[in-house]
Design a protein around this ligand. Structure first.
Ligand SMILES: [Cu+2]
Length: 111
């Protein structure tokens, strides 16, 4: 093996290791963002409207949506979410702003 070949192989290995590191960092970032994005908010079900696919929740602060504690109406992403809860239930839920509307995308009873 020529010495120049040896060095170019070393260089390739070094570059590959670098790009792998970068890939690993890129892969980690969205995962963290996802966890933050799915942070659950505590609340209490005040009203369920299956026909309109809406749910009224008295909720704690939702930092992601810059929203203080309040009682408000949410849409639900999936009608089946409404079958998991009933009025008066204490819940943890995920709310997202989707095309200008506040939508519950996940919900579970917490008591
Ligand atoms: Cu609110």
């Amino acid at each position: 093996m020529k010495l120049t070949h040896f060095f170019s192989i070393l260089l390739m290995l070094a570059l590959n290791a670098n790009s792998l590191n970068v890939l690993a960092q890129d892969a980690a970032a969205p995962a963290n963002a996802l966890v933050l994005n799915n942070e659950m908010t505590s609340g209490e079900i005040r009203k369920i409207d299956k026909e309109a696919k809406k749910i009224t929740i008295r909720h704690g602060e939702i930092k992601k949506l810059e929203m203080p504690p309040m009682t408000m109406v949410f849409q639900v992403k999936d009608e089946a979410l409404l079958d998991k809860v009933k009025t008066g239930d204490k819940v943890n839920f995920v709310a997202e702003k989707i095309t200008g509307a506040f939508v519950v995308t996940e919900i579970q009873v917490s008591n």
